[in-house]
Design a binder for this molecule. Structure first.
Ligand code: DOR
Ligand code: ZN
Length: 426
């Protein structure tokens, strides 16, 4: 198939081309230039629209195998495409855990069949995510693991994370770390602050995240490997990463849209969809996350898309599982809370949602460039809409953003020259 996108603003992390055309032939970008005279099977008028390189999500939960009542690879990647994603990293806390080649192959096969997005499986660091015995990193890499994480759980024991770092160093594997001092979290379910007290809910102090972040940065420095810190949520964590980068430690990190869009005020009415781990923090943390995104301390925006069923979330905030869906709101929240307020610009969106995620994984891509894969998301920066249940593509509906007016919308997602999302056709 050939596609001609006319008169669009093409945005890369390193620059913007106004009023340009993009010509796609088969699975490649054949040309990006003003006034392309080719004819194409499909022509899109890009006037007033913006094209970014397809987004890559470093952190999501597709719940497949084994937890497919929440989400599956097809429904999850379809939702990802609707959010502008052409590739997603899925975390291994499935049933069974992604800790052997066979499960990796299953995930890759399902993703290939569905065709909505490339799925990059993140394999477990420890067998069954049990925190004790390391998985076989080289075998998992050969099977197609993109990185390693026990996400959902920390690797609590010092000797185990150190052994994991040494194994990672030997085979150049990337560790993506969920930082949480679980033994001290107790019964905490929301951020430990004034709002937790008002709502009479048990709190999770910032130190639960920061102590483990500090430990792993120190260990990575000692072992001499790059690490990636998942879902940074506190001002202190942002500062730890900033200081480490200044010292030359090869640490990267991500945050989720919820940490720069809302605060723990959302839990005051006991909304179980606002229960997430790490928890929504305070305004001072939100502002620190925004500054970290603007100055490059935070490398990437990752959704932590964590679907749960209505029944599970209906158990109430105390009992419901942690997590919120995120694919379809990541871009609008970024426009609404970071772009509209002038915290970041267009090129930063390409950097945070596409270019840096590709670099962190050591992958090519994340650029709109002649002769590269045609992975493109076309967006309207000005369209406002109310995010409602009926529009949700994911199997799950657990979002604290339902009912909110957002600005910025994905219109089309193109992956390898095929439309994986087309709002017009929906
Ligand atoms: O809120 C969360 N949900 N945090 C995690 O670390 C895991 C995730 C999940 O799998 O539901
Ligand atoms: Zn996590």
């Amino acid at each position: 198939m050939s596609i001609l996108i006319r008169n669009i603003t093409a945005v890369n992390a390193d620059g913007i081309q106004q009023n340009t055309d993009i010509y796609i032939e088969k699975d490649r970008i054949a040309e990006i230039a003003a006034g392309i005279s080719q004819t194409a099977e499909r022509v899109i008028d890009g006037t007033g629209l913006v094209a970014f390189p397809g987004f890559l999500d470093l952190h999501c939960h597709l719940r497949d195998p084994g937890l497919t009542y929440k989400e599956d690879i097809r429904s999850g990647t379809r939702a990802a495409a609707a959010g502008g994603y052409t590739a997603v990293c899925c975390m291994p806390n499935t049933k069974p855990v992604i800790d052997c080649a066979e499960v990796i192959r299953y995930v890759l096969r399902q993703a290939e069949e569905a065709g909505y997005a490339e799925v990059l499986p993140v394999a477990a660091i420890t067998r069954g995510m049990g925190g004790n015995e390391l998985t076989d990193f080289p075998a998992l890499l050969r099977a197609g693991a993109a990185a390693f994480s026990d996400d959902g759980l920390p690797v609590a024991k010092d000797e185990v994370i150190l052994a994991a770092m040494r194994q990672a160093k030997g085979c150049r594997a990337l560790l993506m770390l969920h930082e949480e001092d679980l033994k001290n979290r107790g019964q905490g379910i929301v951020h430990d602050g004034q709002n937790a007290k008002k709502a009479r809910l048990a709190g999770i102090p910032r130190a639960i995240e920061e102590d483990m972040t500090a430990r792993d940065i120190a260990f990575a420095e000692q072992v001499g490997i790059p690490i990636h810190i998942c879902h940074v949520s506190t001002a202190g964590s942002v500062q730890l990463v900033r200081d480490a980068k200044k010292r030359g430690v090869r640490v990267t990190c991500e945050t989720g849209p919820h940490y720069y869009s809302i605060t723990d005020a959302e839990i005051l009415d006991g909304n179980p969809n606002a229960k997430v781990n790490p928890p929504l923090r305070e305004e001072t943390d939100r502002e620190a996350v925004c500054r970290g995104l603007a100055d490059g301390t935070i490398d990437a925006i990752a959704t932590d898309h964590a679907p749960h069923s209505e029944e599970e979330k209906a158990m109430g905030i105390a009992k419901a599982p942690f997590g919120m869906i995120g694919f379809e709101t990541a871009f609008p929240l970024t426009v609404t809370h970071l772009f509209e307020s002038g915290i970041i610009g267009l090129t930063d969106i390409a950097r945070l949602l596409s270019k840096r995620p590709h670099e962190i994984l050591g992958r090519n891509g994340g650029e709109l460039k002649k002769n590269t894969a045609a992975d493109i998301v076309i967006c309207d920066m000005n369209e406002k809409f109310v995010y409602n249940k009926d529009s949700v593509v994911s199997k799950a509906r657990n979002s604290p953003f339902l009912g909110m007016e957002l600005k910025g919308r994905v219109c089309y997602t193109i992956r390898k020259g095929n439309f994986t999302y087309d709002r017009q056709a929906d």
